[in-house]
Design a protein around this ligand. Sequence first.
Ligand code: AMP
Length: 429
Amino acid sequence: MKVMVIGGGGREHALVWKMKQSPRVEKIWCAPGNGGIGTEAECVAIDAGDVAALVAFAERNHPDLTVVGPELPLVNGIGDAFRERGWAIVGPSKKAAQLEGSKIFTKEFLQQQNIPTAKMYGAFESANEAYGALKNLKWPVVIKADGLCAGKGVLVAQNFEEARDFIERVMERNELGAGGKRVLLEEGLEGDELSFIVVTDGKTYAPLVPTRDHKRVFDGNQGPNTGGMGAYSTDELLHEPLRKTIISAIVEPTLAGLVADGIPYQGFLYIGLMLTGSGPKVLEFNCRLGDPETQAIAVRMDFDLAKVLEDVAAAALEPSRLQWKAGASACVVLAARGYPGKFQTGKRIEGLTASEQITGVKVLHAGTKRVGEEVLTSGGRVLGVTAVGPNLGAALGSAYSAAEKIHFDGMHYRKDIGRHLNSLRASGN
Ligand code: AMP
């Protein structure tokens, strides 16, 4: 089997690494890949969002299966382009990818299907109308730019001034581009956040192990938001009654609603939840796997990922194939100086070989490139040091021991990945 993976971050390195272990896989291409992926797959210099170039590549090279990492090619219609040609691909159609591509589409869908979510106050195409709607609302109010905004499109506004300032930047000064042409106002929810990810072939589905990520750059959830500074997975994150509620109140009505609307979903569906006092509610959907959640999930996979994804593309998923390693996993992201602001690149990375000698550790590359014998930094999030272990403490211990062996100028990382679990237990979730 020849496989093409689209994307070039830590999530895609995790997918490549895991599929490479399959005896069925003889070749993997990755577009565009990165310095770590290059040792396990053939990197192809095509932008992940360039659907026409990816179609042309597949026409020449005939991958038996294509797996899409990021949202951009999906929102640009790569799922449709491949399926129209009869090529196997894992990823939803352009229409179904609207679950990530449009917050307003998603809110309307959730309301129609009676799926628990924050109450919508309105959707607006003009800043003046949005300012007007802010009067008489209970704070905080959440403002969401409708389209893709690289993680910058949401503000939990504590008061009118903050809200007005954000709407002005998004709608009047177009700071987020086309994604900010429309905004959604919704109720602010309180609670702990949880990511719940399922893989589905449009007919049946299988949940992946639960994960939680850490978005803020500094320990104690301080500092600005990032793409994700780490993640961990343990079954303890989700007790059985809550898992059942999420499945029956959210996952199944979502998948059935999409089928009823004529847009069956095929691929990974990431559900961002707030565990509120009145039950879990949907904050967002992503039409793909999370990064760095995927890294923490991949090291717990005890099954042939290539086979399962081949089945997903063929609408023949067998959920019982997804077997998981007991215990836990953790991924600690090593970032470049300045990240998530302007960051430095081109720094030499040392200690990679030594770090992977620790049992259960896999260093997954995100922003790296290989120049001769050296591996250099080339992005803000550089490496995801990932480990599996018999329990969360052991997995974290291995990941942090491995992280300490790695060095590059300006490297920084959070020291408190996974600590949150204790406070969750205390709060009863
Ligand atoms: P989203 O991209 O919609 O998940 O929003 C990004 C982040 O904003 C979420 O992970 C939450 O931390 C926060 N958020 C989004 N919607 C709400 C809400 N209704 N209430 C409180 N926080 C929210």
